[in-house]
Write a protein that binds this ligand. Structure first.
Ligand code: NAP
Length: 285
């Protein structure tokens, strides 16, 4: 198919490279000041033009701008079209609904979203990580779903369908799986750092926790004082955190409450153990 990419940044460029390899024609890309150099390197020969010009000759327009710019990019795209009939406009944001593409839908285009459930710090790592990544496809019609699933497979992804109204919760779950995992590890890095211990020393522990979760699911992977109902250890942890860095106390108690739920669900925490740990947590909240 003839595809143009509006916002050929990390994600847009990587999708363009993989779509080209799959036999699609990338007719044009557009973006800001850094986009031309990126296109020269990864999509040689593809013209870099204004969004309206990029969209003019395309059957499929992928919008991969920052989330807040999707609506405005869509408006600029449709300004070039007398009609959207027979055209597809897709964005690649996890948090944004299809409402951001309403100007294209109003003109008769099929609108959809294809969101890679993956973290892409740069184009190279995006290219490496697309293969096998989940790709959430949201559309309002069977045509939209079919195209989204086809493109997702063409870039090496594993498509799954997601309803438009479920996107905010889906994105919140992804934030826990990625951003807050990093945030939690940053607390560990800081606390180990206070003891003069380097990141390499605790990373095997973190990786083993992730591997255990992959192997058995979170409930059975959980170890530690909450599973054991070890209230004395929880109390000692909290006293030490309060002395070293009191701002770590609220995240510790919040995550301990999640761990208690998980431990009970896995049948490994007795009611007495739960009460004892909750009593300690209650004093520190
Ligand atoms: N990165 C990730 O891990 C990831 C994962 C899944 C989904 N996504 C989604 O992918 C989309 C793009 O993210 P990204 O990380 O690829 O961002 P990015 O690397 O910053 O790329 C954004 C692109 O949009 C261009 N741009 C900026 N403002 C624009 C505007 N007003 N009109 C047209 N183009 C504009 C940028 O140009 P210049 O670079 O030239 O300024 C660049 O080409 C977002 O919707 C994001 O939610 C990202």
């Amino acid at each position: 198919m003839d595809v143009s990419i509006v916002g050929a940044g990390r994600v847009g460029t990587a999708l363009g490279v993989r779509l080209r390899e799959a036999g699609h024609r990338i007719v044009a890309v557009s973006g800001g000041a850094a986009t031309a150099e990126r296109a020269r390197r990864f999509l040689p020969g593809v013209p870099v033009v204004e969004p309206a010009d990029a969209a003019r000759g395309a059957e499929v327009v992928l919008i991969a701008t920052p989330d807040d710019r999707i609506g405005e990019a869509c408006d600029r795209i449709v300004s070039a079209w007398p009609s959207g009939e027979g055209r597809f406009v897709a964005h690649v944001s996890g948090a944004t609904g299809l409402g951001a593409l309403s100007s294209a839908a109003a003109l008769g285009a099929t609108v959809l979203s294809i969101h890679p459930l993956q973290s892409f710090p740069d184009v190279e790592r995006a290219l490496a990580r697309l293969e096998g990544s989940g790709m959430a496809v949201t559309a309002l019609s069977e045509d939209g779903f079919a195209l989204g699933e086809r493109l997702a497979r063409d870039v090496g992804g594993r498509p799954f369908r997601l309803a438009d109204q479920d996107r905010p919760l889906y994105h919140a779950a992804a934030v826990f799986a990625s951003n807050y995992l990093v945030a939690v590890l940053s607390v560990a890095e800081d606390l180990f750092g206070r003891l003069g211990l380097e990141r390499e020393l605790f990373l095997p522990l973190a990786r083993a926790s992730l591997d255990n979760t992959a192997a058995t699911g979170a409930a059975l992977a959980l170890t530690g004082p909450a599973v054991r109902g070890d209230a004395g250890t929880v109390e000692r942890n909290l006293r030490a955190l309060d002395r070293a860095d009191p701002k770590c106390v609220p995240p510790y108690t919040a995550l301990a409450a999640v761990a208690i739920e998980l431990a009970e669900r896995s049948g490994r925490l007795t009611p007495e153990g739960r009460r004892a740990v909750e009593e300690v947590l209650g004093r520190w909240r």
